[in-house]
Design a protein around this ligand. Structure first.
Ligand code: NAP
Length: 246
């Protein structure tokens, strides 16, 4: 087991990639706090993890709200004591072309994807500095590197996560805290199922491996970065995209 007895906090993990990461980490021996804006989904994921014999709780959390983030990490600290790993996974899209983008849609995506990652990382670092160890893994995206028409807010938020990750890595390496990001390409989840079939088929033509990835592909990369196999890796972005960006 690569994560035996590690305590993990994962945001947006009631479904999709986050849920897959939560369950895969539990199978590697981790205890997991499943947090999500949707508490029913979080509760179901936590139940699934407990049935694997690991400790798990569900926490209702909108990552864009500072008061909720502070309360969630307080709950985590009371339940688990030590925070070994934070996975900043929660993310949303509100796609449209730049000239049609409403301020509210810009703000919503930046607030959840980028500010949420900052707020959770800050609370995590407060605990990790005291412990003198910790590992933060945040979800970027291939579009942070390639751009993508219709995703000016999303691609900017995911590029911001890369800068945030490198800065945290530099600021806190001396305290035993690491920070890395993963940048998935197109992964089969509710987020990509919302894209019309015709466009999805077009998108596959730009993927050398010729198919969308599975949530497991992302979970495997996160487990690698969370494990001692990646002890000497910090401030990096691991790309998981079937070759669509090299
Ligand atoms: P998903 O299926 O939509 O799951 C995202 C989860 O986050 C949902 O449970 C969602 O709850 C929750 N959430 C939404 N707003 C939240 C908030 N303010 N606070 C806390 N939780 C919130 O998406 P996914 O495809 O698994 O994506 C997970 C992460 O990977 C995201 O950061 C995404 O940007 C990134 N990513 C995905 C892909 C892809 O191809 N799927 C590619 C690159 C990167 P509700 O459903 O109730 O809103």
């Amino acid at each position: 087991m690569k994560l035996k007895d590690k305590n993990v906090f994962i945001t947006g993990s009631g479904q999709g990639i986050g849920k897959q990461i939560a369950i895969a980490m539990a199978k590697e021996g981790a205890n997991v706090a499943v947090s999500d804006i949707n508490i029913e989904n979080a509760g179901a994921a936590a139940q699934e993890i407990r049935s694997l014999g690991r400790k798990s709780i569900a926490i209702k959390l909108d990552v864009s709200k500072q008061n909720e983030v502070i309360a969630a990490f307080e709950t985590f600290k009371n339940e688990f004591g030590v925070l070994d790993i934070l996975v900043n996974n929660a993310g949303i899209t509100k796609d449209t072309l730049v000239l049609r983008m409403k301020d509210d849609d810009w703000d919503a995506v930046i607030n959840v994807n980028l500010k949420g990652t900052f707020l959770c990382s800050r609370e995590a670092i407060k605990l990790m500095v005291k412990q003198q160890h910790g590992n933060i893994i945040s979800m970027s995206s291939v579009v942070a590197f390639t751009g993508n028409p219709g995703q000016v807010n999303y691609s900017a938020s995911k590029a911001g996560i890369v800068g945030l990750t490198k800065t945290i890595a530099k600021e806190y390496a001396s305290r035993g805290i690491k920070a890395n990001a993963v940048a998935p390409g197109f992964i089969q989840t509710a987020m990509t199922e919302a894209i019309p079939e015709k466009i999805r088929e077009e998108m596959k033509k730009n993927i050398p491996l010729g198919y969308f990835g599975a949530p497991e592909d992302v979970a495997n990369a996160v487990i690698f970065l969370a494990s001692s196999d990646a002890d000497y890796i910090t401030g990096q972005v691991l790309h998981i995209n079937g070759g669509m960006y090299m």
